[in-house]
Design a protein around this ligand. Structure first.
Ligand SMILES: CC(C)(COP(=O)(O)OP(=O)(O)OC[C@H]1O[C@@H](n2cnc3c(N)ncnc32)[C@H](O)[C@@H]1OP(=O)(O)O)[C@@H](O)C(=O)NCCC(=O)NCCS
Length: 204
């Protein structure tokens, strides 16, 4: 269950409306090749990706238990969130069918803020693709969805994620208990990055 950032930004009514429209109109193809919005038709392929514990175990916000039905419901929730302008679930597909990874973006338009979560298929992990993909996705979120703040969490033992999040310039802001859909909690390291910090660090 995504929780909004610790830092509270107040969006004006006009900014909130612009963010909701940006989320509804965002074209996932502009994020990269093979990127599509998840629909019910993808449920089986998404379940196949998430059924691998090396993909899904580190992520607090996935349905528990993970079943085809719970993945279908997760996709339906994400589609409803997109219609409200409050989130996107983007899959990376290859032509032969399998889902190679996903990005789940939760947006709080009234706070001009977002959270990103995601994973790669095990065969792609540990080779630098996640680090490159995460930085690219963060840039896309700031530019396309018009938010001013992004927060991230990772389990305290998720070394790869912590390394890549630190490397992207996110600032550690303590820890938080991330609430799983089954009501249990997971201790997490917590980071934030503002759009101004990201722009200052980005090559022009
Ligand atoms: C997290 C994830 C997207 C990272 O992508 P990745 O391609 O595996 O990661 P990278 O190869 O880019 O490596 C990230 C960093 O971890 C380091 N690393 C890679 N494998 C490592 C290992 N086994 N032990 C320690 N560090 C490792 C890399 O050197 C890199 O550090 P650097 O940026 O300082 O060079 C991917 O591993 C994944 O999907 N994991 C499962 C789900 C998950 O954890 N999601 C994130 C929840 S916050």
């Amino acid at each position: 269950m995504a929780a909004p950032p610790k830092t509270v930004l107040d969006a004006s009514a006009a900014e909130e409306k612009a963010i909701r429209e940006a989320v509804r109109n965002a074209d996932p193809a502009t994020l990269g090749t093979g990127r599509v919005l998840a629909t019910e038709a993808h449920a089986g392929a998404a379940f196949d990706l998430l059924a691998d514990p090396a993909v899904s175990e580190p992520i607090y916000a996935l349905p528990k238990p993970l079943t085809l039905a719970s993945v279908k419901a997760w996709i339906a929730d994400a589609e409803a969130a997109r219609e409200r302008g409050e989130g996107l679930l983007i899959l990376t597909m290859v032509e032969s069918g399998p889902v190679m990874g996903y990005a789940k973006i939760t947006v709080w338009p009234d706070r001009a803020s977002a959270e990103l979560g995601g994973a790669l298929r095990t065969s792609l992990q540990g080779g630098g693709a996640g680090g490159a993909g995460a930085a690219h996705t963060i840039a896309w979120i700031f530019k396309t969805l018009k938010v001013r703040l992004i927060c991230l969490t990772a389990a305290t033992d998720n070394i790869r994620s912590a390394k890549l999040i630190d490397r992207m310039g996110f600032k550690r802001k303590g820890e938080r208990d991330a609430l799983r859909p089954d009501g249990t909690t997971r201790r997490s390291i917590y980071w934030e990055l503002t759009r101004d910090e990201w722009e200052d660090a980005s090559p022009r």
